[in-house]
Design a protein around this ligand. Structure first.
Ligand code: PGA
Length: 264
């Protein structure tokens, strides 16, 4: 499986800083003997108003773009929202949905996440669906139930028939996001394996074997290698450590060392 490193910049970076990033990242990755887009994937998720400029800056670099959210309908009375078609027009193919900050700070529930996913996929965008438990859920042993409840929107027959091929799941324990306390590789593997099994049972075995499942939550160069060494971790969703291109490149380099890439 092709591994993926995604940078979620959240509400950070000026437009100028954002536009300079792809070139800086490319320079930092010069000594990596693999090709972005061919051997492994890199996705940048800037603030939406930077997507157009970044679309130009990533040209020819193999890097992909993701929006951090998209509207719950194709068009219409949704003040403050972004239409999936316009996102796509800018050359952006991906959208992150159900991020923990959307769920917990902005109180988005599963139904709203499903509406967003439905509109995005119907307009041709691919979806990175984020799931993850609160610390309380982990303490009470209900992690898997919480993840299962968040995945359930995929079984409601609202998404296009080919949705599984256009989906990535990002497992991000809420207690690990921005806290400096990452899940241990074993904890990540346990939940990733649960997600893959759930997919196999509820969607299809084939879709499960092809599904990319990313881990996110306090990923940094120092822990990227050990987390990526787990068999069901196919990539990383990186917040703080993605803001500086040299640090993000460190995450990518250490992560790649743990996987077979391009046959090596
Ligand atoms: P973090 O954020 O790497 O800063 O913990 C990850 C995320 O929210 O996607």
């Amino acid at each position: 499986m092709k591994c993926l490193f995604a940078a979620n910049w959240k509400m950070n970076k000026s437009c100028r800083e954002a536009s300079e990033y792809p070139r800086a990242l490319e320079t930092q990755l010069k000594d990596v003997p693999f090709q972005i887009g061919k051997d492994y994937d890199v996705l940048l998720a800037p603030m939406s108003l930077q997507l157009a400029e970044l679309g130009k800056q990533i040209e020819g670099k193999g890097i992909g773009l993701a929006a951090q959210n998209s509207g719950p309908g194709k068009s219409g009375a949704y003040t403050g929202e972004l239409s999936p078609a316009s996102i796509k027009e800018l050359g952006c193919r991906w959208v992150i949905l159900g991020h923990s900050e959307r769920r917990h700070v902005f109180k988005e529930d599963d139904l709203l996440v499903l509406k967003r996913a439905q509109a995005a996929m119907e307009e041709g965008l691919n979806v990175m669906l984020c799931v993850g438990e609160l610390l309380q859920d982990r303490k009470t042993g209900s992690t898997n139930q919480v993840i299962e409840a968040q995945l359930k929107i995929l079984t409601e027959k609202k998404l296009p028939p080919d949705f599984a091929q256009r989906l990535i799941i990002a497992y991000e324990p809420v207690w690990a996001i921005g806290t400096g306390e990452n899940a241990t590789p074993e904890q990540a593997q346990e939940v990733h394996a649960f997600i893959r099994q759930w997919f196999s049972d509820k969607i299809s075995a084939q879709a499960a074997s092809q599904l990319r499942i990313l881990y996110g939550g306090s990923v940094k160069p120092e822990n990227a290698g050990e987390i990526m060494a787990e068999p069901d971790v196919d990539g990383l969703l990186v917040g703080s450590a993605s803001l500086d291109p040299s640090v993000f490149a460190g995450v990518i380099k250490n992560g790649l060392k743990s996987k077979t890439v391009g046959g090596k």
